[in-house]
Design a protein around this ligand. Structure first.
Ligand code: ADP
Length: 313
């Protein structure tokens, strides 16, 4: 209560109320601080986004450049591939023409020698005709091998798969070759313990491989030597092996035998023939999903190959 000046006779009354606003002030301070922090965060994030968008633009540029380079590489590769295909085509055409040129005079030569060998009464003439005939046939086979290897190298070797018995194929081939071993007084045996081995193969081509292995055993085993043709099952594979007790094959030569550069490589002096037969044999076995190998330690050697036992699809 108090007296107002000029109204000293009247008590005046003032009613006051006090509120503690400390908390409100603190809350306001906190809000301010939070807002400041938020602004700082937004500014930082904006800076980051700015950088990211710059990085992104740089990345897009980089990718564009890579894409351009890739396009150029693709064009170069396409050009090279077309060039290579052209060269392969030319090579195939050339080999085909060469084979034709070589074979044309051989055909009458072989048939004339066959007639001469069967009709000649004079033993010397007969012997000479037989020698020329054998030579002509060998050249003919070499030309066929050359053509097959050329075809195989570019994936043009045609195969005719059919279901058959590997044991039968091997035995027929062995019997066909058996007379050759007699001429060198070599013993020749066939070991085939299984009743049958069912495989899906091109039997003509597999016969070709077996003939090559037997022919090598015959050539590189001296007179009176021993050759064995073996055919058996091993797990899910049919195996054909030709073992001889002939000259054997050194480790260096073994590594190169199935390689097409064998005949022209630095160790080619160690290889006696042209070295096409085994290259072709490997190609043919590979096309059957099989494996071919040689084992030779010291005297003699064993050449073998395996083919998956597979039923016809
Ligand atoms: P070619 O018999 O026409 O030379 P191959 O590819 O069949 O062609 O053989 C390559 C080489 O491997 C032969 O020249 C020979 O040196 C060696 N070779 C192959 N088979 C035998 C073998 N049974 N014994 C010893 N050497 C062999």
């Amino acid at each position: 209560y108090y007296l107002l000046p000029g109204h000293e006779d009247t008590w005046s009354r003032v009613l006051a109320s006090f509120t503690d606003i400390t908390r409100q002030k603190q809350a306001e301070e906190r809000l301010k601080a939070y807002q400041g922090c938020l602004e700082e965060k937004v500014a930082r994030r904006t800076r980051q986004l700015d950088m990211t968008s710059k990085d992104l633009s740089r990345e897009i540029e980089r990718r564009k450049e890579s894409q351009e380079k890739l396009k150029q590489h693709y064009q170069t590769e396409k050009h090279l591939r077309q060039e290579l295909e052209g060269q392969i085509k030319q090579r195939v055409e050339f080999t085909r023409a060469l084979v034709h040129e070589l074979k044309t005079p051989l055909t009458p030569l072989i048939s004339s020698c066959e007639t001469l060998a069967s009709h000649a009464s004079d033993t010397t003439v007969k012997h000479m005709a037989e020698t020329i005939l054998a030579g002509g046939k060998a050249i003919n086979q070499r030309i066929d091998e050359l053509m097959d290897v050329a075809r195989g190298e570019i994936g043009m070797l045609k195969m005719h798969f059919h279901q058959c018995d590997l044991k039968k194929v091997a035995m027929e081939t062995g019997e066909y070759m058996s007379s050759a071993f007699k001429t060198k007084k070599q013993s020749f045996n066939i070991e085939a313990p299984e009743p049958s081995i069912s495989v899906n193969i091109d039997s003509k081509r597999i016969k070709q491989v077996i003939i090559n292995l037997l022919d090598n055993a015959y050539k590189y085993t001296p007179r009176g030597g021993r050759v064995v043709l073996r055919v058996y099952k091993k797990a899910d594979h049919g195996v054909v092996e030709v073992e001889d007790n002939g000259l054997g094959v050194s480790d260096i030569v073994q590594k190169r035998l199935f390689n097409s550069t064998c005949a022209t490589g630095p160790d080619s002096y160690a290889v006696k023939g042209m070295g096409l037969g085994l290259v072709l044999s490997k190609m043919l076995v590979d096309l059957h999903g099989g494996k071919i190998w040689v084992k030779s330690t010291g005297k003699g050697s064993t050449f073998g190959f395996s083919l998956p036992i597979r039923e016809a699809e």
